[in-house]
Design a protein. Structure first.
Length: 57
């Protein structure tokens, strides 16, 4: 009975922390990454240029 109760408490704790992390910290990390990516893209000096050369067959 003690082992069963211990396993249930452990599973509930891990599940609860996983849910809390996914709902709280994941959103904060996603917003921080998005802000930094936007800042990095707007700080670029020159636009990206692509050049192509015709293929010789």
């Amino acid at each position: 009975m003690r082992k069963f109760l211990g396993i249930v408490v452990l599973a509930a704790g891990v599940g609860g922390l996983g849910y809390w992390g996914a709902k709280d910290h994941a959103l904060d990390m996603q917003n921080a990454i998005s802000e930094r990516a936007t800042a990095a893209m707007t700080a670029r000096q020159s636009p990206t240029r692509s050049t192509t050369t015709p293929l010789k067959v």
